[in-house]
Design a protein around this ligand. Structure first.
Ligand code: SF4
Length: 373
């Protein structure tokens, strides 16, 4: 059975890091000139040597995104179903050791949140929970998807990693996409940031995309939490993972996210800060490396930054997000998972996109295209 772990174990973190930092201007120029960019080219594009070429990278990234995705931007809303969690994660407001009021939405509350999100215009919702098997295990998720799916064209999910059989149970209910972020590919640091709970099992998380691929998911999302470790090395491993998955589960579509660590109640400072210029570099490098992958930007980023990068390669954005269970209607004051930066309403995001000649698409765009056909 194919497994990314076998490929991953052939790489050493320190060697990858040294090789990225050894890239030169000549390597960057060769990467820019190569239409079929390799993982070595990707290393050059994320290296410090590529910073003087940012303008060229941005130009190419814009053109490639336009060719593949046109002037469209998919919009979605996260819907937090629960903040109960049995894990300790050093960077999250829902961590077990954070003494907050815990809440899981019941059927009536789910219906209220659905109505509130529909009223904002969305037809694509991302369901989010913490990891608490007693309350939000696969049975709860199955029940919730059954309640929510009839109201939306797309239902995606960002919850605990599940077994293949669990995914096979949820996909026929209309589960369209699953996001599962590795957080960091640095195994020793991963263990420091996840000291307790099921999430502390690095291997199980690393193998989750393989289980999703085998279960036949339509789309999966990958990414790391930028700030936990060296972002360049983590991004290389993300690209390696993506490349492996695309070759192994070629019928599945893929998206990438690049969340930067945000403040939260009791929060952790980033170990490795990434500035705005470097995030632009990473977005362009991902696009130059892979023309098919969707690139998703959340409301963690500021208005100004989001306005500037929409033309560089981004295909998907959240808008008007609430990161607390019941945040749209039931209990707007409950504790958020993290603070958002871009607090504009979906209407304001729509107007900003239109002012930049982009068409907002309120559901997953490949489903939007199918319904036109
Ligand atoms: S990141 Fe996820 S698993 Fe970790 S504490 Fe937060 S909700 Fe729980």
């Amino acid at each position: 059975m194919p497994n990314f772990k076998d490929l991953f174990e052939q790489y050493s973190w320190e060697e990858v890091k040294a090789s990225i930092f050894a890239k030169t201007a000549l390597d960057v120029e060769a990467a820019l000139a190569n239409p079929d960019r390799t993982l070595e080219d990707f290393k050059a594009l994320i290296s410090p040597a590529a910073i003087p070429y940012l303008e060229q990278m941005a130009q190419k990234s814009h053109e490639l995104t336009l060719q593949r995705f046109g002037n469209t931007m998919q919009l979605f809303a996260p819907m937090y179903l629960s903040n109960e969690c049995q894990n300790i994660c050093t960077y999250c407001g829902f961590s077990l050791d954070n003494k907050i009021k815990r809440k899981t939405l019941n059927d009536i509350e789910i219906a209220r949140e659905v109505q509130a999100i529909k009223k904002l215009g969305f037809d694509h919702v991302l369901l989010v929970t913490g990891e608490a098997n007693q309350t939000v295990g696969v049975g709860y998720l199955e029940h919730a998807i059954g309640k929510i799916r009839p109201h939306f064209a797309n239902v995606s999910m960002e919850v605990q990693p599940l077994d293949q059989a669990d995914y096979e149970r949820l996909i026929p209910m209309g589960l369209h996409a699953v996001l599962v972020y590795q957080e960091t590919y640095h195994e020793a640091d991963y263990k420091k940031h996840h000291p307790k709970g099921k999430k502390s099992n690095f291997q199980y998380r690393l193998e989750t995309p393989d289980r999703l691929g085998r279960a036949g998911i339509h789309k999966m999302g990958l990414g790391t939490l930028i700030g936990l470790e060296d972002w360049r090395v983590d991004s290389f491993f993300t690209a390696l993972h993506l490349d492996y998955l695309e070759r192994t589960y070629w019928q599945t579509k893929y998206s990438l996210s690049f969340p930067r660590l945000r403040p939260f109640s009791g929060g952790l400072e980033p170990k490795v800060a990434m500035n705005d210029k470097e995030l632009v570099q990473l977005i362009c490098a991902y696009r130059l490396f892979n023309q098919e992958v969707e690139l998703s930007l959340s409301t963690r980023e500021t208005n100004t930054f989001r306005n500037h990068v929409i033309k560089l390669g981004i295909t998907t954005m959240s808008a008007g997000s609430k990161t607390n269970p019941g945040g749209y209607d039931v209990d707007p004051q409950s504790l958020e998972q993290f603070e958002i930066s871009d607090e504009r309403s979906p209407q304001e995001i729509k107007e900003m996109l239109q002012a930049n000649s982009y068409e907002p698409v309120w559901k997953d765009w490949d489903v939007a295209l199918e319904s036109l056909g």
